[in-house]
Design a protein around this ligand. Structure first.
Ligand code: PEP
Ligand code: MG
Length: 893
């Protein structure tokens, strides 16, 4: 049988699972219709029809007849005809994509009104004023959204009509005034659009449908989709729905409701109601709404019915729903429902409440929360009790609560922070020159730019609080001040507070309270009775669900006992990456300097001998903190020059000394070494395993320190589980050489200490060649840990230290990627190398242990990918561990 495309679905034909085809609104209208709820009859034109229209510029050939057939059926059911002079059917034409894009796309109400049918409507409703008001609304909305007339022109005409009559609110205009306004509006359409307002109702409807299709591709819709990572090729559905009116008198009205509180999750009556009004009046805030509970006094019958429906919807969707409804002369109509948005805290609470109510199970509960929400709950917050003076609001670009002195340039930010001041860097917008200042600041505030602006992207990358695009702020960098809303002037040095989770900007220092969720993970808070504890209780239970479900283990990237202990409290099951270079800084730098400068073997051995006990002590501490859990110690990785002084500074010092005729022998040698080790491209230079191969004794010293530390712990009845990891391997030969030396050292230590250490030796896979030859490398490695930071850097050829601050903003704006590949794993490129290396590695060595320790190990989407390719564990920074645990659980459901 040939496939016949079906482009139109009556509300009775769809259901909630058809969101791809019918959009969210259409699918849920159908679902409610089929639940027997009072939905005004109508039909939905599919996203497929939209796609054909957008691709070809024309609607699909079959669409017109299908619409006609559905319209006929609708007219028959309503016993009215669209736009019929004496008894008109009116419809709304509303957009509705798969994902909600609030306010982005178009809607036209009251389609079907014309010079003739407006009189029929007046008669039908027994209300002339109402009819003419509906007509003027149609021309206004149609003129603006369908014919592209500047909306202000209508607003100005409306204001003029009110001024002429010396009234202030729309409702004081009478039928005669509105009649005149309609004439005026029609004239505006004629002049501006170069055509008459269409009197043919079907033409109105068809044009409105096309306008909704077109609104998918407006600039603001595209921008919104890029920011929200909604694919551009989904298209929108169009809902044609018979009109019901909330503005037919005091027994009519319109409202919104939630089946439970979207802020706390508590069950109850939440919502707003506006008597004698249509939906857009609520949004426009023309009159004040009343709390939904008051509807009980206004219209008990409708109120009771609404409560009943809300219960039906919650039990049916098994989730918090939000609802739009209208009451037309005492008759309740449902105009929309969907699973409602909620705060991060409410998401956790609602998920556990629904489990307790027996509506969902643990697995489903895990789908109701996200790692991103958990991360949000872990940021410190401003004290809600605190007295605050809000002076602006921008886009919540990077969460957190930051307090500091306002500074208006990067130089001052750096200077002040060096002297111990906390600063907020305030700029109109940032550019790569501001990077130092951004690093130095507690938070970043800009008056321009959106979620993908430079400030936002870079701040998120740094995990720094950022509010951007706070347009009310007038930033004057020259005079080092800004004018905030209310006219107050903030001078350089004045204290301000910014909330990166809400976008709010405050004057002065708002006190910060630690997150109760972090207090809980730290073991400083337990379940109890107040509100914060209710949240903690919910998080506690959801984490238990996740831990029961997940297959991936979660380890921490930690280099010292303090971080290791925190990681353990947060649920880490080991250390996946201890970067030993962090142990070579501070007072030990001089020792390392001597090692690098050594001219003779004896000198070099001398400095290695001094480093050995220090390194050993580091590992003893780490292994005790992580007793019983695996600790992967990575041998030295970064280019040596990172341990040497800055070349320019040193040159100046040497030059000064020479001019004083007092050349310092050591400094001269140092300068020569710095020159010798200087590399144009150090990230691709002498680092990682290459260091171990060219600096005799370096890696063996580290291996000895690990082995001796493990032996010491063992002899003290501890349970050390060290693993030795070789960085930046590109070929198995490198690994074999290092391995042979390491095995020998370990054997020596075992013999000397009388222990059996069982130290596994493995490698990082962080170069494309390593991934491509993973089968060979696995011959010499007991485990792989994917270093997706370097792997991303080398696969893309993107310098990980530079690109995010330089051209990524442009790349994000152009939609080349929706998120930095350093943040979320690039599945197609980097990810496919990971996937094939996993397969090849396991082919060689079936019990090869596999993990990842790049930043991606703590990124929700990436965690799902690592689960899917079959890694054994992810390793991430201590604070990300709960997020990784949760996402690993979610991935396994
Ligand atoms: C990596 O490259 O992903 C990695 C974990 O190592 P580092 O970040 O220390 O280079
Ligand atoms: Mg690396």
């Amino acid at each position: 049988e040939p496939h016949v495309a079906k482009f139109v679905y009556d509300f009775t034909e769809g259901n909630k699972d058809l969101k791809d085809l019918l959009g969210g609104k259409g699918a849920n209208l159908a679902e409610m219709t089929n639940l027997g709820l009072p939905v005004p009859p109508g039909f939905t034109i599919t996203t497929e029809a939209c796609k054909v229209y957008l691709d070809s510029g024309e609607e699909p050939a079959a669409l017109r007849d299908e619409v006609s057939a559905h319209l006929d059926a609708l007219e028959a059911r309503m016993s009215k005809k669209l736009g019929q002079a004496d008894n008109p059917l009116l419809v709304s034409v509303r957009s509705g994509a798969k994902f909600s894009m609030p306010g982005m796309m178009d809607t036209v109400l009251n389609i079907g009104l014309s010079d003739k049918s407006v009189k029929g409507l007046a008669e039908q409703a027994g209300d002339e004023r109402f009819a003419w008001d509906s007509y003027r609304r149609l021309i206004q909305m149609f003129g603006k959204t369908v014919l592209g007339v500047e909306g202000d022109l209508f607003e100005e005409a409306l204001d003029a009509a009110k001024a002429a009559k010396k009234v202030t609110v729309d409702t004081e205009l009478e039928a005669a005034d509105l009649k005149k306004l309609v004439t005026k509006f029609k004239r505006i359409v004629k002049t501006e659009a170069g055509r008459d307002f269409p009197q043919d109702p079907r033409e109105q409807m068809d044009l409105a449908i096309h306008a909704v299709f077109d609104s998918w591709n407006t600039d603001r819709a595209k921008l919104y989709r890029r920011q929200e990572r909604i694919p551009h090729d989904l298209g929108t559905a169009v809902n044609v729905c018979s009109m019901v009116f909330g503005n037919l008198g005091p027994d009519s009205g319109t409202g919104v409701a939630f089946t439970r509180d979207p802020a706390s999750g508590h069950q109850g009556v939440y919502g707003d109601y506006l008597q004698n009004a249509q939906g857009e009046d609520v949004v426009a805030g023309i009159r004040n709404t009343v709390p939904l509970a008051e509807l009980e006094q206004i219209d008990k019958k409708s109120y009771d019915q609404l409560m009943q429906i809300m219960e039906t919807l919650e039990n049916h969707y098994k989730d918090l729903c939000d609802i739009e409804f209208t009451i037309e002369r005492g008759q309740l109509w449902m105009l929309q429902t969907r699973v409602g948005k909620r705060t991060a805290g409410a998401a956790f609470r609602i998920a556990t409440q629904l489990v307790d109510q027996g509506l969902i199970d643990e697995t489903e509960a895990l789908q109701r929360v996200t790692g991103a929400q958990l991360a949000q709950l872990m940021f410190p917050k401003f004290d809600e009790e605190a007295k605050v003076e809000q002076v602006g609001r921008g886009i919540a670009a990077s969460p957190g609560a930051a307090v500091g002195k306002a500074v208006f340039d990067s130089y001052t930010a750096v200077k002040w922070s060096r002297s111990g001041e906390k600063v907020i860097l305030v700029r109109r917008e940032t550019n790569p020159d501001d990077l130092d200042g951004m690093i130095a600041a507690e938070g970043i505030l800009t008056s321009r730019g959106g979620k993908t602006s430079h400030a936002a992207v870079v701040a998120r990358g740094m995990g720094k609080t950022c509010v951007c695009g706070a347009e009310e702020l007038e930033v004057d960098t020259k005079r080092r001040r800004m004018t905030v809303s209310g006219g107050h002037v903030v001078e350089e040095g004045d204290l301000i507070s910014i909330d990166g989770s809400s976008g709010k900007v405050y004057l002065g220092e708002v006190p910060v309270v630690p997150s109760p969720v972090v207090e809980y993970f730290e073991g400083r808070m337990h379940a109890g009775a107040n509100d914060a504890d209710e949240l903690v209780e919910a998080v506690h239970r959801i984490m238990a669900f996740a831990d029961r479900k997940r297959r991936l283990r979660v380890r921490a990237n930690a280099d010292n006992a303090e971080d290791a202990l925190r990681a353990r409290r947060f649920g880490a099951q080991g250390i996946g990456l201890c970067r030993t270079e962090h142990m070579f800084l501070g007072d030990r730098r001089e020792l390392v300097e001597r090692l690098i400068l050594a001219d003779t073997d004896a000198e070099r051995e001398e400095s290695l001998k001094e480093l050995l006990p220090l390194q050993k002590q580091d590992f003893v501490e780490l292994f005790s903190a992580m007793d019983g859990l695996p600790v992967t110690v990575r041998l030295l990785d970064p280019p040596l020059h990172e341990f040497l002084p800055d070349i320019t500074e040193l040159s100046v010092r040497v030059a000064l000394a020479e001019s004083r005729k007092d050349p310092h022998e050591n400094e001269l040698r140092l300068l020569q070494a710095v020159h010798r080790l200087h590399e144009q491209n150090p990230m691709l230079g002498l680092r990682g395993v290459r260091l171990g191969l060219v600096i005799p004794g370096l890696f063996t010293m580290q291996v000895r320190a690990i082995a001796e530390a493990a032996a010491e712990r063992k002899n003290a009845k501890g349970d050390p589980r060290a693993e030795i990891m070789i960085p930046l391997v590109g070929t198995v030969q490198e690994l074999e050489i290092v391995r042979e030396e390491a095995d020998q050292v370990i054997a020596e230590v075992e013999a000397a200490t009388g222990t059996q250490l069982k130290l596994a030796i493995g490698t990082m896979i962080e170069l494309p060649r390593a991934a491509l030859t993973a089968g060979q490398i696995a011959e010499a490695a007991e485990f792989f840990s994917f270093g997706t930071n370097d792997l991303t850097q080398t696969v893309w050829g993107f310098s990980r230290d530079d690109v995010e601050a330089s051209f990524f903003t442009a790349y994000l704006e152009k939609g080349i990627f929706g998120v930095s590949p350093f943040e979320t794993i690039d599945k197609d490129g980097v990810g496919s190398l990971v996937r094939s290396a996993v397969t090849a590695g396991r082919e060689t060595r079936p019990d090869l242990k596999l993990g990842v320790c790049g930043e991606h190990g703590g990124d929700p989407e990436s965690v799902h990918f690592f689960h899917e390719v079959g890694l054994d564990y992810v390793s991430c920074s201590p604070f990300r561990i709960p997020v990784a645990r949760l996402e690993a659980g979610r991935a396994a459901t």
